[in-house]
Design a protein around this ligand. Sequence first.
Ligand SMILES: *Cc1c(COP(=O)(O)O)cnc(C)c1O
Length: 412
Amino acid sequence: MKNDEIKKLLSDEEKRLINVFTDIDDTCMYYSEKVLSAMQRCGLTEACFNETTGYGYNDLGRDVIEAIYKDIFESEDAIVRNQFVSGSHALSVTLFALLRPGDLLLSISGSPYDTLHEVIGIKENPSSLKSFGINYDQIDLLNNDFDYDRIKEYLTNHEVKVIEIQRSKGYSTRESIIIEKLEKVIKLIKEIDSNIIVMIDNCYCEFVEKVNPIQVGADIVVGSLIKNLGGGLAPNGAYVVGKKELIDLVGERLTLPGEGREVGPTLGVNKQILQGLFFAPSVVASSLKTAVLTAKVMEKLGYKVSPKAEDKRADIVENIEFNSPEKLIKFVQGIQAGSPVDASALPLPWDMPGYTDQVIMAAGCFTQGSSIELSCDGPLREPYIAYMQGGLTYEYGKLGLIKAIEFLTKID
Ligand SMILES: *Cc1c(COP(=O)(O)O)cnc(C)c1O
């Protein structure tokens, strides 16, 4: 297909999406107001952009950032740090902070995110939780929902310390978990044993729905700053929000027992973290519109997509099923060619550490590995699904999609 032809297809399909886009705009307005008033209430001043070095004692900006996150999530406490290398690191720190030898960790959303396999010890690693005598078990989802009966039975017969729930689908074909389902399962868990710590991997889900996991009873919630809440500006880092006593434990594990959250130099990133958060509602809305349009257009072109354009969404990820390795590769290469950075690089499938199948990735991003910027990847296995997400602006999202369709249709 030629560029003009694709542009016409996009604008025709876009016209059918007015209602979906209106809902996205409404959520964007809701969170914009929430972010703005949190910044005002928490006393954000220019002095917060100053940096600390060395130990990082008395970092005003860091304290205000954490107060703002606490306010937005309506949580008891928050830790938001550039010392978290990534979302995966924050998830690992949180698990090590909450669990002790002999404790039992249970996942009720099936296999956790790939990078957690060595953390937990599903895949052997001499530094895993398992190596410290921490046990793990999992209950798979059933027809895209929690297996309520098995969960109930399991919890009645086992003493579980932490339940981990991953909302976004990762490299699986299941649906991501919307807040209503989360609410229902947390209620069930708490009815059986209110002491079980419910921990949520919230990556990709922030600012998509109006209610967040803390508001439906989650004890602790973890996410990455090179995804939704970093707004494309945060250079790295992650956040953990939740009960104060749990956030204290996370702080003690991230730095050292005794110093905890009192230390941690921000080295000049406060302004980027804050400005990124300021942009986040709009960046998430742009990513959602890019995903919705992609769903509509790719379905029109005959591909199976998930979620569909009009489906309720929990995250910003769009799956496109190609049923052909060549088509998956071409589409991903097109996304790379439509990127602002490294547009001339040609991505090829490679053996990524920690993954079983070869993976192909397009990431022409300003921040390495940032997947709130338009990015697309997929494992080379049947049914050859591309996982596409991000888009700092809707316009750049559309331009990336146009290039991907150009590449894809060249081989038809
Ligand atoms: C991206 C992601 C992570 C890890 O975040 P990084 O910042 O990339 O390490 C964990 N869980 C889920 C569901 C994710 O999508």
